[in-house]
Design a protein around this ligand. Sequence first.
Ligand SMILES: Cc1ncc(C[n+]2csc(CCOP(=O)(O)OP(=O)(O)O)c2C)c(N)n1
Ligand SMILES: [Mg+2]
Length: 321
Amino acid sequence: MEKKDYLELYHQMVLIRLLEEQASALYQQGKIGGFLHLYIGQEAVSTGLISARKEQDRVITAYRDHGVAINCGLQAKVVMAELLGKVTGCSKGRGGSMHLADVSQNFWGGHAIVGAHLPIAAGMALGDQYQERDAITICMFGDGATNIGYFHEAVNISKVWNLPVLWVCEHNLYGMGTSVERASAVSEIRQKAEGYAIPNSQVNGMDVIQVREAALSAMEAVRKNKTPYLLEIQTYRFRGHSMGDPERYRTSEEVKRWQAEEDPISIYRKYLVKNQIASQGELDGLDIAAEREIEEAVQFAESSPEPSPETLYHHIYVEAV
Ligand SMILES: Cc1ncc(C[n+]2csc(CCOP(=O)(O)OP(=O)(O)O)c2C)c(N)n1
Ligand SMILES: [Mg+2]
């Protein structure tokens, strides 16, 4: 990677963090409705992962999707507008937080039903295989999703047909309010791939460079060896499951320890300075530029119109021409 590539990863992580801090404030002001699941703490996962994809590779994820959208190339203002339900949002204000998508960036959503997008990912990979395209599908999901039937059906068939799909489990230790130990028969999620003869590995998800390297080799395995692959990325969410979570399933000491010792942005900052890739001053400059970008995104979103009631039935079915 060149210096600009290293800095781009930093920029994306800071942009996600600031976008979500603003989204949290706007939610509390009642300007964002529905559910809002923050990605704060997990920024290195999608940033490292998606930096390793080729343009033709598809990305699909669950409802914790704001960071993934930014990494796929959606503009912060378009994401913010969608969170506020505005017509200028990436889903024209009809999807909101859990349904961000932009097919032009090969970002296939944002899915609210736990596990339900895994069979969709298998289907997209089957389409690419059938049409002999050099594309893989990168499917992200939580640890909780691996206890759901959809996971087992999709992962099984992906091996039976050797589909070009990279299964990526974001193992953040909890489902909504349930620790992995209480819900999963095995605590290492990658073990579930063993049962389907799928190659797999684990990586520390708080270190963006380690994630990127693991993702590059996993993607190469999918492309060259013509096999699905499961990458388990170990991470932690710094905020509640969604807004208004009383967090009775974990202690505040545990959360504070992760925030103090494992913050992916602080870890990457130290890496950049120690390896003389960037100075503290340069990084501060990038922080300020990202703050400005988010301020503009909020202004854009707040001043955009809501979808008009007459268009209520638009975009439900593909319109015949
Ligand atoms: C089929 C289904 N069951 C239950 C829910 C409610 N629910 C939403 S998120 C969630 C936990 C999922 O945890 P995990 O897959 O680990 O993702 P994380 O929230 O940690 O990113 C649950 C049970 C749902 N959306 N869909
Ligand atoms: Mg989880």
